[in-house]
Design a protein around this ligand. Structure first.
Ligand code: NI
Length: 177
């Protein structure tokens, strides 16, 4: 049949689905899951300013995330679909960096996270994925997987004084940093 894709509406902070624990996917090969992922990819592409999306952000409380990781030399980007993910932290080292979120539009804030993780889960064929991620990639995966447990990045901020509107901060970035 014809493959019709759809651009989905993004749930914003304040919508209760963003605070729920998402359900595990029973069968990753279910065509409904493939449709969901395709629609999430289409939605992310349409928005053009995100590096990842979690199913609860499109009002579906299932453990599905998509995210972009970048190769070490920064030249290659890969779009990963991860179902029923699990994260193992591999280091005590952490770093603080800026994060934004499509469900918290216009804002950014500094979040402290572990530098190195292993993420595991399933792909759309039901095959096991197991990957080590560091730095920015590790941050993106942790941010997206947090969405499956009702956690938004502002909940992780130790110091809310860095929470700011990007449109305001851009006037000051060279003077402050
Ligand atoms: Ni987010």
């Amino acid at each position: 049949g014809k493959n019709i894709m759809a651009i989905l509406k993004i749930a914003k902070m304040g919508h209760p689905i963003l605070l729920q624990k998402a359900k595990k996917v029973d069968d990753p090969t279910d065509p409904k899951i493939k449709t969901l992922v395709n629609d999430m990819l289409e939605t992310l592409d349409d928005l053009g300013n995100g590096v990842g999306l979690a199913a609860p952000q499109v009002h579906v409380s299932l453990q599905v995330v998509i995210f972009e990781t970048v190769s070490d030399d920064g030249k290659e980007a890969n779009l990963i679909t991860l179902i029923n993910p699990k994260i193992d932290v591999l280091t005590k080292e952490t770093s603080i960096d800026w994060e934004g979120c499509l469900s918290v539009p216009g804002l950014r804030g500094q979040v402290n996270r572990p530098n190195k993780i292993k993420y595991s889960g399933l792909d759309l064929k039901g095959n096991k994925i197991e990957t080590i991620a560091e730095g920015f990639n590790a941050r993106v995966v942790q941010h997206e997987c947090d969405h499956l447990f009702g956690i938004l990045y502002p909940h992780r901020m130790k110091d809310l004084s860095s929470l700011q509107f990007v449109s305001e901060a851009k006037h000051w970035v060279n003077r402050n940093e």
